[in-house]
Write a protein that binds this ligand. Structure first.
Ligand code: AMP
Ligand code: GLY
Length: 428
């Protein structure tokens, strides 16, 4: 088979690496890819937003299966466009991708099908939203309705911050059309967990749990990023909670979408808060998470390609996935300044040494090749990932791997996995 992976971050490197191990696959292309992906795939310079260009490429190269990493092309309808041309592609169509494309759509679906989540109201009038904030008081969460590259959410601990966030969205157009409507949501307290599940629209196959570290600094301080590290499994998730998430959240969401005539095929990402009154949905994403993929997919022992195909063919009930009991930890190495401004083009050294750490897997996120040298080319540069017998050993190995890599202005959190250690009763 010939595969095309769309995207060029750590998630796509992990998926390309995994696909490259499948005996079913002869050739992989990645658009646009990165320096690490180039080891497993031919990188082609088509942008992820150029859906016409991607369709053309897939037709020309007779691609048997396309796998989409980021949400934007899914929300834009890449799956429908490929299907119109008879091309196989993994992911939900534009209608079901609204689950991530509109937070209001997701909240209304959850309300209709009794899926546990925070209480909410949707507003497109700033004055009405402000009145609601005054009535409800803080803490309260303000969310731009549409896609805002992870920047559209404000967790406000006082009314003024919530009001400022509403004005930025609705009056100042900080997120363009994506912020013309806002969701005001009840603040949920607890520990977060990410659950990813494969689905063919009816059957689901739950992946192991993971936990992201969204804030830039240790102790979850500072602005949110795309994710500064992750670990899997997440000890906060007991078997009982996992079962509740499957029964009360994942299944009713997939069944609900089918009843609404927008059958969902692909990967469903559930961002969940474990509150005192049980698991509640914070957000849905319509794709693999990043960095979560970097710790979940390496734990999959089975070939991923038959699973992807079964999702498309409605045959997920027939496949089984085997997962390793080993734990995985990923420490993201970022460029200093991220998620704000940062410099690019810094030479990276120590990659070979890092890959020699037992259980290590170094995934590239923002890298490119300049004068035959690997250089930094993004905010999140690399994911220093390691598998080991348990979380404490995986943390040790991931940091060993992270420390072996050098580039000017390298930044990483030093506390990835600390919450898991606290849960496991083992401290540094
Ligand atoms: P989202 O993009 O909706 O996942 O929001 C980004 C982050 O904001 C989440 O990962 C949470 O840390 C936080 N967040 C979102 N919604 C809430 C909520 N209702 N209560 C508390 N924190 C939230
Ligand atoms: N790690 C969060 C996300 O993928 O959206």
């Amino acid at each position: 088979m010939k595969l095309l992976v769309v995207g060029g971050g750590g998630r796509e490197h992990t998926l390309t690496w995994k696909i490259s191990r499948s005996p079913l696959v002869e050739k992989i292309f990645c658009a646009p890819g990165n320096a690490g992906i180039a080891e497993h795939a031919e990188c082609v310079s088509v942008d992820t937003s150029d859906i016409c260009g991607l369709v053309e490429f897939a037709e020309k190269e007779k691609i048997d299966l396309t796998l989409v990493g980021p949400e934007a092309p899914l929300v834009e309808g890449i799956v429908d466009r490929f299907n119109d041309r008879g091309l196989k592609i993994f992911g939900p169509g534009a209608d079901a991708a609204m689950l991530e494309g509109s937070k209001g759509f997701a909240k209304k679906l959850m309300a209709k099908f009794n899926i546990p989540t925070g209480t909410f109201q949707i507003f497109s009038d700033a004055d009405e939203a402000i009145e609601f904030i005054r009535d409800m008081g803080a803490p309260i969460v303000v969310k731009a309705d549409g896609l805002a590259s992870g920047k559209g959410v404000t967790v406000a601990f006082d009314e003024e911050s919530a009001i400022t966030a509403v004005k930025r969205c609705i009056c100042q157009g900080a997120f363009g059309r994506a912020g013309h409507r806002v969701v005001l949501e009840e603040y949920l307290d607890g520990e977060e967990v990410s659950i990813l599940a494969f689905t063919d629209g009816k059957n689901i196959l739950m992946m192991p749990s993971s936990q992201d570290h969204k804030a830039i600094h240790d102790g979850d301080k500072g602005p949110n990023t795309g994710g500064m590290g992750a670990y899997s499994p997440a000890p906060v998730l007991t078997d009982d909670l996992r079962e509740r998430i499957e029964k009360q959240i994942v299944r009713p969401t997939i069944d609900g979408l089918r009843k609404e005539n927008c059958e969902y095929r692909g990967v469903l990402y559930c961002g969940i808060m474990i509150t005192d009154s049980g698991p509640k949905v914070l957000e849905f994403n319509v794709r693999f998470g990043d960095p979560e993929t970097q710790v979940v997919v390496p734990r999959l022992k089975s070939d991923i390609v038959p699973i992807l195909l079964a999702c498309l063919n409605g045959e997920l009930g027939k496949v089984e996935a085997e997962w390793t009991d080993e734990a995985a930890v990923c420490v993201v190495l970022a460029s200093k300044g991220y998620p704000g401004k940062y410099e690019k083009g810094k030479p990276i050294s120590g990659l070979e040494e890092a890959s020699k750490v037992p259980g290590a897997l170094v995934f590239h996120a923002g890298t490119s090749i300049k004068n035959r040298k690997i250089v930094t080319d993004g905010g999140r540069v690399l994911g220093a990932t390691a598998l080991a017998k348990d979380i404490p050993s995986a943390i040790q190995r991931a940091y060993e791997c992270a420390n072996a890599i050098q580039f000017s202005n390298k930044y990483c959190r030093t506390d990835i996995g600390k919450k898991a250690l606290a849960r496991l009763g083992k401290r540094n």
